[in-house]
Design a binder for this molecule. Structure first.
Ligand code: NAD
Length: 303
């Protein structure tokens, strides 16, 4: 299958290029140079997009303004990039005969920016509660994808990603903060990429929303009860893991167990389940020493 990938030089984009190798022909575009073979330019530039979309069956739209850019872009700029830009790309995809459009949405649609304050269990039917402009643009984006699947002959899917973790960063560079996130809200970058490729390949009709998140083994009630003893709950699921965390110098906080997100739709619609889980991240961290200098730019994370 020929796939157009926007944001191909980003964290998710590069993981998709890696995962698709030998499986699909991926044409990448990014406004940032630096990845061999990826076209440099804006995915809002229709004169550039037309020729690249030629012969593509699917589009994966990973380019966006996101949390890391909140300080230097206005709300209007977020809307122009993430909503107007998306609609332009959807229209051009329809014009070029693309059948499948995969939109990188975010679980922030459900949780808002402050994951720590999140309580409750979320599935795809939970009401969105965007707390700032970034998740608001993702909600608008999902609505546009839904509308276009109804009005045009294109199938669309919104993958609501949790935190996309680069394992090198999460197990070495800022692991005290990032490693525990794989328990409840983080997905490994290669698992995130696999979900995007399955979203191009698997049969479904119309529009879908799918949470791409870890299979948090804990219920809301269990997490509530574990407020003062989160390690005890962790031990129940992964015996020995609290001592291993301690040996790595990582302190588990109660809110690392939040939120409880269900991923049944990912399994049903895409046949996707995370392959890389908390015990794998523990092992990665044990196998390689931490790095204490500033992380390289390509590993800086966003939501
Ligand atoms: N990283 C996360 O934790 C996370 C979580 C949820 C959702 N998402 C979503 O997943 C997608 C990918 O995120 P990421 O972590 O790879 O971000 P990233 O910043 O690493 O990559 C985004 C890429 O898009 C490019 N880009 C931005 N605007 C562009 C434009 N107009 N034309 C061409 N390229 C453009 C940037 O140069 C960048 O390389 C985004 O839509 C983001 O909102 C990310």
């Amino acid at each position: 299958m020929k796939i157009l990938l926007t944001g191909a030089a980003g964290k998710l984009g590069r993981a998709i290029l890696q995962t698709a190798e030998g499986r699909h022909e991926v044409v990448g575009i990014d406004s940032r140079p630096g990845v061999p073979g990826v076209h440099v330019g804006s995915c809002h530039d229709l004169s550039l997009l037309g020729p690249l979309l030629e012969g593509c069956s699917a589009v994966i739209h990973a380019a966006a303004l996101h949390g890391g850019q909140r300080c230097d872009h206005s709300r209007t700029e977020f809307l122009e990039a993430n909503v107007v830009g998306l609609q332009r790309l959807l229209e051009e995809s329809v014009r070029c005969g693309v059948r499948r459009f995969v939109f990188a949405s975010s679980l922030e649609v459900l949780t808002g920016r402050d994951w720590k304050a999140t309580t409750g269990t979320f599935d795809e039917s939970s009401p969105p509660q965007p707390t700032w402009i970034y998740p608001a643009t993702k909600v608008f984006g999902e609505i546009l994808c839904d509308m276009m699947s109804r009005e045009e002959s294109i199938e669309t899917i919104a993958l609501r990603y949790g935190r996309i973790l680069h394992r090198e960063e999460a197990t070495r560079h800022r692991r005290e903060i990032l490693l525990p996130q794989i328990i409840a809200r983080g997905v490994d970058h290669l698992d995130a990429a696999e979900a995007a490729l399955l979203a191009c390949e698997r049969p479904y009709c119309g529009f879908r929303i799918v949470n791409i998140a870890p299979e948090n083994p804990f219920s809301q009630e269990e997490i509530d009860r574990a407020r003062h003893e989160p390690l005890a709950l962790l031990e129940k699921e992964w015996p020995g893991s609290s001592a291993r965390l301690e040996a790595l110098g990582i302190t588990l906080r109660w809110d690392d167990l939040w939120p409880a997100i269900t991923t049944r739709a990912a399994a049903q619609v895409l046949g996707w389940r995370p392959r890389i889980k908390f015990p794998d991240y523990l092992r990665f961290a044990e196998d390689r020493p931490p790095v204490h200098h500033r992380p390289a730019a390509q590993y800086q994370t966003v939501t």
